[in-house]
Design a binder for this molecule. Structure first.
Ligand code: ZN
Length: 309
């Protein structure tokens, strides 16, 4: 039996500078003026409808960044209020999670005039309270779980991310107590695509050959099981700040953590940034286009598949 094949391209919009390894308003401005237009043109070329998850912070700073995606039929989703390491959803208490979720939703709804129901956690950091907080704050869809992705402690929240290894692969209704488990809760989880290796634009830029193998596996799985491709990209990858003097910002005092999370990670993460990254991303899109995948945003996917009424 052949299943209908969906490709859900998604974008996390934030002020993170990959080059400087820190959050910067100036980077947010470049995302608005350079990264977003490149991405929007690319999507228009292939008639892609996607979901943009904005931090409340960047939306407040440059409201036009939210408005610019709407004429194309893209969905506006929330990427939390702030991308600060201290504001990770895996370490915030429940009441602060609710507050962050409500505030970012309100900011985005005020700007867009649309109801915002989809969420992706900054750095995909969530805990068991996040399922409760999302419902409480009025969200219906989460896309923060990367089933079967193994990060080997190279990203924050490494231990909690081990929950990904046992999370279901196909979209599911979550348990009311955990995003990582199926249940009869009100929330829909649309997991990010991964094998053990993350399938997202960072890996794509650093190891394009590996991604080419992975995309075939994902396409095969989509054909067999109906699992949608859920690809994660960031407009801040399509800007070039390499003309600026670079200081690698250290986020930890532990020398091993500094090596893995800052020095090594930063060296790798700057590969193929800017317009070169767009070219690589286009190959990904062309592959799924030729295989007759339907590109839609996450909310529309949930409507079409009956998860959402
Ligand atoms: Zn992010």
């Amino acid at each position: 039996m052949t299943m209908k094949k969906y490709c859900l391209l998604s974008n996390d919009v934030e002020t993170t500078s990959i080059w400087h390894n820190t959050l910067r308003d100036e980077t947010g401005y470049k995302v608005l003026k350079e990264g977003m237009p490149l991405l929007l043109d690319l999507y228009a070329k292939y008639d892609v409808k996607s979901t943009f998850f904005f931090t409340g912070y960047i939306a407040n700073l440059y409201p036009e960044i939210v408005k610019m995606v709407q004429p194309y039929g893209h969905e506006v989703g929330s990427h939390g209020l702030s991308h600060e390491k201290e504001d990770g959803f895996d370490i915030m208490p429940l009441d602060r999670q609710i507050q962050h979720l409500k505030e970012s939703k309100k900011i985005l709804e005020d700007i867009s005039g649309e109801e915002v129901i989809s969420f992706r956690a900054p750095a995909l950091r969530v805990n068991n309270d996040t399922a409760i907080a999302l419902i409480e704050a009025g969200y219906k869809i989460d896309s923060s779980v990367a089933s079967q992705r193994f990060d080997m402690f190279m990203s924050f929240g490494g231990v909690k991310k081990l929950n990904w290894l046992t999370a279901p692969r196909l979209p599911y209704r979550t348990s009311s107590k955990s995003l990582f488990k199926k249940g009869d809760g009100a929330l829909i989880e649309v997991p990010l695509s991964a094998s053990l290796i993350p399938y997202l634009s960072t890996t794509m830029r650093i190891f394009p050959r590996l991604t080419a193998i992975q995309r075939r596996i994902m396409a095969y799985e989509a054909k067999k099981t109906g699992k949608p491709i859920v690809f994660d990209t960031h407009p801040n990858e399509f800007i070039d700040e390499s003309n600026e003097e670079r200081k690698i910002h250290k986020r930890s005092s532990n020398p091993v953590a500094i090596f893995l999370q800052d020095t090594l990670r930063s060296k790798l993460k700057v590969k193929n940034l800017g317009p070169k990254g767009v070219k690589i991303y286009e190959k990904e899109i062309r592959y799924f286009d030729q295989k007759q995948f339907e590109f839609c945003n996450i909310k529309d996917y949930c409507l079409k598949t009956g998860f959402l009424q």
